[in-house]
Design a protein around this ligand. Structure first.
Ligand SMILES: Cc1ncc(COP(=O)(O)O)c(C=O)c1O
Length: 399
């Protein structure tokens, strides 16, 4: 009997559209790639991109940055985080999140993870009580949204400010409200593997004039902040322009020009991702030894990646399972490995942060298998991938 094998790369995005390539060529031909290099009567692609994204997001103000990571660093500084402050954040996240905390000289206080891969609200309350942290940098890791109503009520009760990391939830919603609009500030990434692709890039949105004025100056606007379109009134910059260092994190017109034509297709792409996700979900739910995280009905998710939990296997069994899938062309990322590989990493490998004990998160991470779902895969591809995973799960339960 022939063995089913999958043979497409898991890191291949769809090509940049001819329309976006033409826009990029227009900027290249102009030579005006720096966001403030505009001629009389011209707004510049970066300023226009910020306005367009603000409108999509339903946010008052928007700033484009060099990356999601720099957006988070700027957001933390802009809300007043000082060197030495403690910042609450998920233990289940990726390296740019604690990296942003460390970049502003602050210290992460990690919060435990639920089986649905969201932040554990009970542990969050305990950590709020036991630490001095008054800011939560919440990573909607792999697109799983916590109960945002319960979370916001808890933060309000304790006077904790919310900064949302929406690198994996651009376009997602909780209870009809876009992810990013629950917090005081939200950060997004337009790095190649995210929902819009400019290679590198980030966004910061907020409805707070003071925070945005700080953020614009921090991003490196020199005294050219008036060239921004999605900004507060000039008066809001009066004090911030002297108080904030220039952290040179500006987006450029070339990336903005590539992004602008992608935005009108985002919602349609979310449907396309979710159809692929649902094919995988249906397959994996049929496996007796896998748990697929619940997707609450309040959540409009973006299935750009897929996760499932295996039984409480030994490390050797987990590695054997990942290897067996890989031999058949299915690339799984296992978050349990103490030795981080590729894009995965575990909180206990961030040695610059104070050592913390999170037994609940370790127990969950040891079981999480994760795969990308690029739009270059068809629904049939997802069916093949799901079949291979379910077959290998079955084989593991027999051995
Ligand atoms: C959870 C999470 N937050 C933030 C980021 C930051 O994105 P960037 O690579 O644009 O700095 C990433 C990137 O991988 C991420 O995975």
């Amino acid at each position: 009997m022939s063995v089913l094998v999958f043979n497409k790369p898991f890191t291949q995005q769809e090509p940049i559209s001819p329309e976006a390539i033409a826009e990029a060529a227009r900027v290249l031909e102009s030579g005006r790639l720096h966001r403030y290099n505009t001629v009389e009567g011209e707004d510049g692609d970066t300023a226009l991109w910020e306005s367009e994204y603000a409108a999509y997001q339903g946010a008052k103000y928007c700033l484009a940055t060099t990356s999601g990571g720099t957006a988070m660093q700027i957001a933390l500084r802009a809300v007043g985080v000082q060197s030495g402050d403690a910042i609450l954040t998920n233990a289940f996240t990726l390296a740019p999140v604690p990296g942003a905390v460390a970049a502003v000289g602050a210290m992460p206080v990690f919060v435990e993870t639920t089986e649905n891969l969201t932040i554990d609200l009970q542990d969050l309350e305990a950590k709020i009580k036991s630490s001095t942290a008054r800011v939560l940098l919440l990573s909607h890791m792999r697109g799983h949204l916590a109960d945002m109503n319960a979370l916001c009520a808890l933060l309000e009760k304790h006077g904790v400010l919310l900064v949302e990391d929406c690198a994996h939830t651009m376009g997602a919603e909780w209870n009809g409200i876009k992810s990013g609009n629950y917090g005081k500030v939200a950060c997004f990434s337009t790095q190649t593997y995210k929902h819009l692709n400019s290679g590198e890039g980030g966004l910061l949105t907020t409805g707070d004039a003071d925070i945005m004025a700080n953020a614009v100056i921090l991003s490196g606007s020199y005294m050219l902040f008036e060239k921004h379109l999605a900004r507060p009134d000039k008066a809001a910059f009066e004090a911030p322009r002297f108080e904030n260092p220039n952290c040179s994190s500006r987006m450029d017109n070339l990336r903005a020009a590539i992004l602008r034509p992608q935005l009108p297709h985002l919602d349609r792409n979310i449907d396309r991702w979710n159809r692929r996700y649902q094919v995988l979900e249906e397959k994996l739910r049929s496996a007796a030894n896998a748990v697929v995280p619940n997707r609450p009905q309040q959540e409009l998710y973006v299935g750009s990646s897929f996760q499932f939990l295996v039984p409480d296997w030994t490390d050797e069994t987990c590695r054997a399972f990942v290897d067996a899938c890989k031999k058949r062309g299915v690339e799984l990322k296992w978050f349990g490995d103490a030795n981080p590989v590729g894009f995965t990493s575990r909180f206990d490998s961030w040695k610059y942060a104070p050592e913390q004990s999170l037994p609940g998160t370790i127990a969950i991470l040891r079981r999480i298998m994760d795969l990308r779902v690029p739009l270059s895969f068809t629904e049939e591809d997802c069916d093949t991938i799901g079949t291979i995973i379910v077959e290998e799960l079955g084989r593991m339960s027999q051995s």
